[in-house]
Design a protein around this ligand. Structure first.
Ligand SMILES: NC(=O)c1ccc[n+]([C@@H]2O[C@H](COP(=O)([O-])OP(=O)(O)OC[C@H]3O[C@@H](n4cnc5c(N)ncnc54)[C@H](OP(=O)(O)O)[C@@H]3O)[C@@H](O)[C@H]2O)c1
Length: 303
C-alpha cells in the first residue's frame, strides 16, 4: 500500500512517502478500509518532532495520522454492521496510508450527502471539542462558556457542542478575526490579544481552551469560583486561577456514535469545518510545514 512513514523523529523532511509498504492484516475485530482521505492535526507534527514522545511513544518506522474517511473493503469475522462498499469514517491510528485496519467498534457510517473527502476533517477535532465542553467544562443550559481559538477546528466543534447544550457562548479569537467570528453565531466575541477587552470580560462559568500558553493562563483567571476550565494543549506551569476552579485536560477518546452525530450535523448544515487546502498524501511533508507554521486552516490529505 501507499503510506507516509517516519524512521526517526525530526522536521517535516522525515516524513517519507513510500509506495510499497505492507498493508495491515485484517483481524477478527477489525474493518479494513480503503482510505479516500485523512487530515493533518497539530498533534501529528508534535509527535513527528519527538516533542510528545512521553505521551505518544512510537515504534519506528511509524505511520502517523488519526482521521480516516474511506470505503470498507473487508470485515473481520466478529464485526457486525459493516459490509464491503460502506462509506465510513473513524478516529483511528496510522491513517497516513491508503489502507487502514480499524477496530470495528470505532467505525461509523458516513451519512449520504456528506462529502467523502472533506469528512476526513471531522473525527479528531470534533470529538475533542465535544469532550472538552461536555466532560471538562460540564456547562449546562443557561451557563456562560468562553471558547478560545473558536475559529480553529477544535474550537468550532466546542462552540457547536456548547450551543447544542444551550449554553451562552463567548468566542475568543484574535482581534483581526472578530468579523469572521460573527459567522459562528455565538452570543458575543472577545479579542484575546486585546488586554482591555479581556479586563472588561466578566467571570464565566467555564472556559474551553484550545489555544494554550499565556492565553490559557489569562483565561483561567476569568473563571468564577466553582467553575471549570478545560484545555487540550498546554498550560504554563505557573498558571494560577481561583483555587476553587476545577482544571482538567482532555485526551480525546474515540466515540463513534458522537462522531456520527457530528457527521449528521455536517449533512444538515448546522456544523461546518472549513477546509483550507486539499493536498495529495505524497505531499505530507509540505502539509506539515504549513501546519507547523500555524494560521493555515485545516488541511486534508487525499489518497
Ligand atoms: N488533547 C487532545 O487530545 C487534543 C486533540 C486534538 C487537538 N488538540 C490540540 O488542540 C489545539 C487546537 O487544535 P486545532 O486542530 O483546533 O488547531 P487549529 O485549527 O489551528 O486552531 C487553533 C486556533 O487557535 C487560534 N490561536 C492560536 N494562537 C492564538 C492566540 N495567541 N490568540 C488567539 N487565537 C489563537 C488559531 O488562530 P490562527 O489560525 O490565526 O493562528 C486557530 O484559530 C492544538 O494545540 C492541538 O494539538 C489536543
Amino acid at each position: 500500500m501507499k503510506a507516509v512513514r517516519i524512521y526517526q523523529y525530526g522536521g517535516p523532511e522525515v516524513l517519507r512517502y513510500e509506495g510499497d509498504v505492507p498493508a495491515p492484516v485484517i483481524g477478527a475485530d477489525t474493518v479494513l478500509i480503503k482510505s479516500v482521505a485523512t487530515s493533518v492535526n497539530p498533534i501529528d507534527w508534535k509527535i513527528r518532532s519527538g516533542a510528545r514522545q512521553k505521551d505518544f511513544p512510537l515504534e519506528l518506522p511509524a505511520i502517523l495520522g488519526r482521521d480516516i474517511s474511506g470505503e470498507v473493503i473487508a470485515v473481520g469475522s466478529e464485526v457486525r454492521g459493516f459490509k464491503p462498499g460502506d462509506r465510513v469514517i473513524a478516529l483511528a491510528r496510522a491513517t497516513y496510508a491508503d489502507i487502514v485496519a480499524v477496530p470495528g467498534s470505532l467505525v461509523t457510517h458516513l451519512p449520504d450527502g456528506v462529502d467523502q473527502i472533506d469528512a476526513a476533517a471531522i473525527p479528531l477535532v470534533s470529538l475533542t471539542g465535544d469532550q472538552l465542553v461536555r466532560e471538562a467544562t460540564k456547562v449546562v443550559a443557561g451557563q456562560t462558556i468562553l471558547v478560545s481559538g473558536a475559529l480553529g477546528s477544535v474550537g468550532r466543534a466546542a462552540v457547536h457542542t456548547a450551543m447544542k447544550l444551550g449554553a451562552k457562548v463567548i468566542v475568543g479569537v484574535r482581534a483581526r478575526q472578530l468579523g469572521e467570528a460573527e459567522s459562528l453565531g455565538a452570543s458575543s466575541a472577545v479579542a484575546l490579544d486585546d488586554e482591555d477587552a479581556l479586563a472588561r470580560l466578566e467571570a464565566v462559568d467555564g472556559v474551553a481552551d484550545t489555544v494554550g500558553g499565556e492565553i490559557a493562563a489569562k483565561l483561567l483567571r476569568k473563571v468564577r469560583a466553582g467553575g471549570r476550565f478545560g484545555y487540550v494543549s498546554m498550560l504554563p506551569e505557573d498558571a494560577a486561577g481561583e483555587a476553587a476552579v476545577e482544571v482538567s485536560r482532555v485526551f480525546t477518546r474515540p466515540d463513534p456514535s458522537k462522531l456520527r452525530e457530528f457527521a449528521d450535523d455536517v449533512r444538515d448544515g448546522s456544523f461546518a469545518l472549513p477546509i483550507s487546502r486539499h493536498m495529495p498524501l505524497r505531499d505530507a511533508a509540505a502539509a506539515h510545514e504549513l501546519l507547523e507554521r500555524g494560521g493555515g486552516g485545516k488541511i486534508v490529505l487525499t489518497m
